[in-house]
Ligand binder design. Structure first.
Ligand SMILES: C[S@@+](CC[C@H](N)C(=O)[O-])C[C@H]1O[C@@H](n2cnc3c(N)ncnc32)[C@H](O)[C@@H]1O
Length: 704
């Protein structure tokens, strides 16, 4: 989950009254400078375009009005640093666009005034991601800003729905900007669209097919055009539009199998497998021997089975991952959980049946996950993908926009269709991204290898998982295989119980944790550990902080390697660890983790292991496990570590360090001749590793 950014909210926005620019540049002056930029533009198709991510402190709402409700003003009325509420401009692109973080064009109004227009956050699938010269656009409630230099001003469009491409025949276009249609007949538009399609310029193809449809009244001409536009929209991932086009191409004849087939594929793209199955079944009824329909139909049944039964072949899923294939063709298994109001945390996820420790709680396919594992680009990539999907597939808007967005104030119209397109507020999208996204390695199993490169994480959105609230002593763990989120129970969960996860690895000092939760997500954690630790007096908290700092200083915050640690140092750490243990009040920490003790005890395991002091390894490995909140016996007693997941109450904190401690314990028991205990510990470690990685795996991965 990512860092939260404070939002001022829409209501607190004040409109500054800016002065008129001292001098407006002429169209010729603007075009001249623009042309020098165009010459320098890197037009290589492989250069990724940067993304302009919104700054929440400059948040302003998206326009929710139709262009027909706004006053059209000339460019000369624009005031710098001002939002022109209730107003709009209609301008024609007088240049090719310069493509950077946005698309910058020189535009002119009906009076011959010119200005710079920067359009950000348009999906690549939209023709507005680079407005072609000659096109006419309307900018609703425009924001005008100074770019730093004296005469450098620009109309800046952040919300994709604030700009609309006007059809050449739209009567709202003022006379001087009217070219009349570029092409005369529907057939001309169809031919232009076919050419654009062959050149793989799919946004232009969609634009031209639309003009062909709008220009013709002939149903027999329009049917095949709808089919073509459906196919083009499928390629663009605009599944809502593809489905609507496919359905519009239905004639009632035997060839309708194609329409149902396309509509079924579009529904599949939206992960609506029940609807996809319904449509593909209709296609099969009309064309039972068609191999493509049969294949899609069978694929759809596999997804429905996964949704119903939660049967996944995790090793095969892992093996199918590649650098370009992190999106797995799998359904989501969610039926063990439901979304409901939580008594303390807004909405949350709740168990719909008893779930045993180790069982799958849910498996969810990412709603959105860009294949971008470079952490410096991951957030921007997710933000851009969210904006694109909300523009391209409005049916996705409701589940995404229903997510928690912190204090950002909504207009309530986000996602509704105005002027034919969904209202998309990029500041709300960013607020939702901030509060709900997860960082995910390509595979958690691979990520547990010590040799795997650090920090290779993508950022994604899983809508169902976003309803999980945080607990430091959570009852589930998450893991990833590509874009599949696997949640497993770390202890037995009763029907109706709330499901929690750890948002981030839990910090040992309560004040550090508290600040992290407050600053990132704006909540005060009410889990058993945080609640009980609040009972501890400040002096005790300070004592624990100081003792931990003393151990960390002594050990350089490192773990022992292969070197032999001098006895004197071990004794010193041991002494400090004892004092630290005594600084944990019994009534506060009974049945709960003692997180500040984990590092010292783990260090002592390593130090004694290096000296082959097996008895001491047992002693400190047991302490490590105890300090994660698990119930363990005195070192002298025999016990069954396989039961620790179910016998330890609700105050356990599960991490891969528990697995590591169990392995050290097994090794020491083995060396001491307690073979059976060693085997039990390995079984318990394997179980823990299943929780960590999402499925059963060989523990030796942890050594590679
Ligand atoms: C990803 S959302 C979780 C779902 C959210 N509760 C909702 O109603 O949609 C994260 C937000 O949930 C709330 N939350 C999560 N864990 C919490 C906790 N332990 N205590 C209080 N609020 C919590 C916080 O407001 C946090 O910013």
């Amino acid at each position: 989950m990512a860092v939260a950014v404070a939002s001022p909210g829409v209501a607190s926005f004040r409109e500054p009254a800016g002065p008129t620019p001292p001098r407006r540049l002429t169209k010729e002056e603007l075009v001249k400078t623009h042309s020098t930029h165009l010459k320098k533009q890197d037009s290589s198709p492989n250069t990724p375009r940067p993304v302009k991510q919104p700054i929440m402190s400059e948040a302003y709402p998206a326009s929710t009005k139709s262009i027909r409700e706004l006053d059209i003003i000339p460019l000369t009325e624009l005031r710098p640093e001002t939002h022109h509420w209730g107003k709009a401009i209609i301008v024609k692109a007088a240049s090719q666009p310069f493509l950077g973080a946005g698309a910058v064009s020189i535009v002119e109004d009906e009076f011959g005034n010119a200005d710079k227009l920067a359009i950000y956050n348009q999906a690549d699938s939209s023709i507005l991601s680079g407005v072609p010269e000659g096109c006419v656009v309307a900018v609703k409630e425009p924001y005008y800003k100074n770019n730093g230099a004296d005469e450098d001003f620009m109309i800046c469009v952040d919300h994709p729905s604030d700009v609309i491409l006007l059809r050449f025949t739209d009567p709202i276009i003022p006379e001087p900007l009217r070219l009349g249609p570029l092409l005369q007949t529907a057939e001309d538009w169809k031919n232009a669209a076919d050419r654009a399609f062959l050149e793989k310029d799919f946004p232009t193809a969609v634009f031209c097919y639309t003009e062909a449809l709008e220009t013709s009244d002939d149903a027999s001409f329009k049917g095949p055009i709808y089919t073509k536009r459906a196919g083009t929209n499928l390629i663009l991932g605009r599944y809502d539009a593809a489905k609507a086009d496919a359905m519009a191409s239905i004639t009632g004849g035997p060839q309708d199998w194609k329409a149902y087939y396309n509509a079924g594929r579009a529904a599949y793209g939206l992960c609506d497998y029940a609807e996809s199955n319904r449509l593909l079944t209709k296609a099969l009824e009309l064309n039972p021997t068609n191999a493509s329909i049969q294949k899609e139909h069978a694929r759809c049944h596999d997804r429905l089975r996964e949704e119903e039964k939660g049967d996944y072949d995790f090793p095969t899923m892992l093996a199918s991952l590649g650098p370009h294939s992190v999106h797995l063709d799998r359904g989501s298994f969610l039926r063990n959980t439901r979304i409901a109001e939580s008594p303390h945390h807004g909405r949350g996820l709740f168990a719909t049946r008893d779930i045993k420790a180790g069982e799958v709680v849910f498996v969810e396919k990412a709603t959105l996950l860009p294949n971008q594992y470079d952490p410096s680009r991951a957030s921007a990539a997710l933000y851009a993908l969210m904006v694109r999907q909300l523009c391209d597939n409005p049916s996705l808007a409701r589940p995404v926009l229903n997510l928690y967005g912190g204090t950002y104030e909504r207009s309530g119209k986000e996602g509704t269709i105005v002027d034919g397109i969904p209202v998309v507020d990029v500041f709300l999208v960013e607020a939702i991204r901030n509060k709900n996204c997860f960082s995910a390695p390509r595979s958690t199993l691979e990520d547990t290898r010590p040799s795997s490169p650090e920090g290779r994480q993508a950022t994604g959105l899983w809508v169902h998982a976003s309803y999980l609230n945080h607990s430091c002593v959570a009852n589930t763990m998450r893991s990833f295989i590509g874009d599949m989120f696997i949640s497993r129970a770390t202890r037995d969960i009763k029907e109706g119980e709330e499901i929690f996860q750890q948002y981030v690895p839990v910090k040992s000092l309560p004040d550090v944790r508290k600040k992290q939760f407050r600053d990132w997500w704006g909540f005060e954690c009410g889990c058993a550990l945080c609640t009980r630790e609040r009972r501890s007096p400040e002096a005790m908290l300070a004592k624990r902080r100081d003792l931990l700092a003393a151990v960390e200083k002594l050990c350089n915050k490192q773990m022992p390697g292969r070197e032999l640690i001098p006895d004197a140092k071990i004794r010193q750490v041991d002494r400090l660890a004892k004092q630290l243990e005594e600084a944990h009040e019994q009534d506060v920490y009974d049945g709960l983790p003692r997180l500040t003790l984990i590092y010292p005890c783990n260090w002592l395991v390593g130090a004694h292991r290096g000296r082959k002091n097996h008895g001491k390894v047992v002693k400190y490995a047991l302490k490590v496990i105890r300090n994660f909140g698990f119930k363990v016996p005195d070192e002298s007693e025999l016990w069954d570590p396989r039961e620790m997941y179910t016998n330890s109450g609700n105050g356990t904190l599960m991490t891969v360090h528990v697995v590591a401690a169990l392995r050290r314990l097994a090794e020491a028991y083995e060396a001491l001749g307690h073979k059976e205990m060693a085997e039990r510990c390995i079984e318990a470690a394997e179980f823990g590793y299943l929780l960590v990685t999402g499925f059963k795996n060989d523990l030796t991965t942890l050594d590679k």
